[in-house]
Design a protein around this ligand. Structure first.
Ligand code: SF4
Ligand code: SF4
Length: 356
């Protein structure tokens, strides 16, 4: 991780520790107040607790032109996004994605989509629905390793992160407390529930919080849809395609809609927000991830709507290309922030004075 980013964040955190005006804004400031000195791992932990709500920047009396030149949201954003690269393996993959995310995601989606399109030319194995175009065996043999390997790489990154921030043995109470914060997105509420200033200084809004809820909830519903379909296929011999009122569709369709709306909204907010209060050099990577996730969901919905038409084979190739690109890029994209943020909340629960 760049020494400059850590050193700059440390300088600003030490000023905040003397000032403490923003103590009620989020969990970053109580965590700062518990310490006098900040090792590199401490700064990384604070960076991953921060949600970039920007409230502290607009409240601060030490921003430019004051000589302290404070911009805590940007300083922590730089460290945070560098931590996603530092702990990833191989690191250069993450660096490339963080700097040119949209281009990488588009190129990979198109390339993989073309491969799937070419694979569809192979003789049909006689399945129904999508499996008439590409057999179930081919899909499983491609997507099982493509799903599991990135999860292993992500687990290794979280382990490295946990070691660097000095994480201790995890108890169930820590996990429960962290899960409560994560599920409610408490720190995106601006401290008093009025929302954050992500879009504008004078505008308190919970829009970003609700869009995060839609994105996370939609993702979990899509995951539940795939899991249920797998159990139905292997456990009960009930093979796809499934009807509109089957469990995979009842989870998958609302999940896909929520994910599409959430990602589109987050991308719009990001375009409106001031880039100087985030990590400017990683803007492309963050946007690339949001667009890829949203496109994956949208292409799945369009594919379902086109069932029975002549567009299915082309749409299936596009959707599978997006899904595979998403999985392969998962450990190098902003998806890592969910795992690191949760680890940061667990660590915070461990060191709070009222910790279980
Ligand atoms: S961001 Fe500014 S106002 Fe807030 S605690 Fe830090 S120095 Fe004080
Ligand atoms: S940007 Fe928001 S979440 Fe980050 S330190 Fe400031 S108030 Fe806390």
């Amino acid at each position: 991780m760049s020494h400059d980013a850590i050193a700059e964040a440390r300088r600003q955190v030490e000023i905040c520790n003397a000032c403490r005006y923003c103590e009620g804004y989020c969990s970053v400031f109580p965590a700062i107040a518990r310490q006098r000195a900040f090792a590199d791992g401490d700064i990384t932990q604070l960076a991953n607790l921060c949600h970039n709500c920007r409230g502290c920047f607009y409240a601060c009396q030490y921003t430019a032109p004051h000589e302290f030149d404070l911009n805590l949201p940007a300083a922590l954003a730089d460290v945070r996004s560098e931590s996603w690269e530092k702990y990833a393996w191989p690191g250069p993959f993450a660096r490339i994605f963080q700097s040119s995310g949209a281009a990488v995601a588009a190129a990979l989606t198109i390339g993989l989509g073309l491969l799937f399109w070419a694979a569809e030319a192979l003789p049909s194995t006689g399945g129904d629905g999508f499996y008439a175009v590409l057999s179930h065996t081919v899909m499983v043999s491609i997507f099982t390793p493509a799903f599991l390997l990135p999860l292993v790489v992500l687990a290794v990154a979280v382990r490295r992160y946990w070691r660097d921030i000095g994480g201790g043995p995890v108890e169930s109470g820590h996990l429960i407390e962290a899960a409560k914060d994560a599920v409610h997105l408490k720190n995106l509420s601006g401290g008093q529930g009025q929302g954050c200033n992500f879009e504008d200084e004078d505008r308190y809004s919970n829009t970003r919080r609700w869009l995060h809820h839609a994105t996370f909830g939609g993702f979990m519903l899509c995951f539940a849809s795939t899991s249920v379909a797998t159990i139905m296929h292997y456990g009960f011999g009930l093979e796809a395609p499934y009807g509109l009122f089957s469990l995979p569709k009842l989870f998958g369709i609302p999940g896909g809609i929520a994910l599409t709306v959430g990602c589109a909204g987050l991308a719009l907010l990001k375009m409106r927000a001031d880039p100087t209060l985030g990590s400017k050099s990683r803007w492309g990577g963050e946007m690339g991830f949001v667009l890829l996730l949203g496109f994956t969901a949208l292409s799945g919905l369009i594919l379902y709507a086109a069932t029975g038409t002549s567009f299915v084979s082309t749409l299936l190739a596009i959707h599978l290309g997006a899904v595979l690109a998403f999985f392969l890029l998962l450990p190098y994209s902003k998806m890592v922030h969910g795992a690191f943020r949760f680890a940061a909340l667990v660590r915070d629960a461990q060191v709070k004075p009222d910790s279980p």
